[in-house]
Design a binder for this molecule. Structure first.
Ligand code: PEP
Length: 253
């Protein structure tokens, strides 16, 4: 079944408000008229509100890089899904490997964040992926299974209709080392099979699974040619509007 591709940019901790607005002014021109795929950018929290205003009416979706599970409360340094919604956010990245590995987020926190995002009517992009030592030990599927089972435990398929999963092998993030299209397809097929086991095949067939890890114009077309690769989550290469627009267009240099 045809799934609508999603090409998403995760800017991480890059770009001030001014830099974000300059980017958007250029990027909107570069991707104007593209209607056969969804495009998303996730600037830092500080730029979301104005970015949302600049993107209104363009068809480019706004994403956030994380969200807390509560609507408000004594959680210093956190941002709630309701606050993000007001800024015009549609997608929220949850469980990015930098959140897991640098900031100690565990599967239970990720499950709660996902729940908060869904409750606010936003769409989560749940990131999963193995570390290099786990891949080398032949534990890739075991890690993906644990991350997905725990993040999605307690949900009914009807609650998860807008879920997106991003397979991001940790060894490929920011390293320049991309998974081969075969490695990506193998992991995506495994994830889809697991979703089928958990929630039924109809559900699994509808869920978009993005690949993330050193995606660039040189490798996007080969990745997108794989049947279970439904899009990309792009870090470093989404920071330049020209480069990201080439990825959006699957334009190999
Ligand atoms: C990411 O941060 O989600 C990512 C995939 O980064 P990069 O494209 O830089 O590897």
């Amino acid at each position: 079944m045809a799934r609508f591709p999603l090409i998403a940019g995760n800017w991480k901790m890059h770009k001030t408000v001014t830099e974000t607005l300059n980017y958007i002014h250029r990027f909107r021109e570069l991707v104007a008229g593209i209607e056969d795929r969804e495009i998303m950018i996730a600037p830092p929290f500080t730029a979301l509100y104005l970015a949302g205003r600049e993107l209104a009416g363009t068809g480019i979706r706004l994403g956030a890089q994380n969200a807390h599970w509560a609507e408000q409360g004594a959680f210093t340094g956190e941002i709630s899904p309701v606050m993000l919604k007001e800024c015009g956010v549609t997608y929220v990245i949850i469980g990015h490997s930098e959140r897991r590995n640098v900031f100690g987020e565990n599967d239970e926190m990720i499950r709660k964040r996902l729940e908060g995002v869904l409750k606010a009517g936003l769409r989560p992009i749940l990131c999963v992926g193995e570390r290099l030592e786990e891949r080398e030990a032949g534990r890739t599927f075991e890690v993906l299974e644990r991350q997905i089972r725990e993040a999605l435990s307690g949900f009914a398929p009807g609650d998860l209709g807008e879920l997106v999963i991003a397979y991001e092998p940790v060894w490929a993030i920011g390293t320049g080392r991309t998974a081969t299209p075969e490695q990506a397809e193998e992991a995506h097929r495994y994830v889809r099979g697991l979703l089928g086991e958990l929630f039924g095949d109809d559900f699994a067939e509808k869920i978009r699974i993005l690949y993330g890890g050193s995606v660039k114009p040189e490798n996007i077309a080969q990745l997108m040619a794989r049947p279970d690769v439904d899009g990309a989550l792009v870090g470093g290469a989404s920071l330049d509007p020209e480069t990201f627009s080439r990825i959006v267009k699957y334009e190999t240099l």
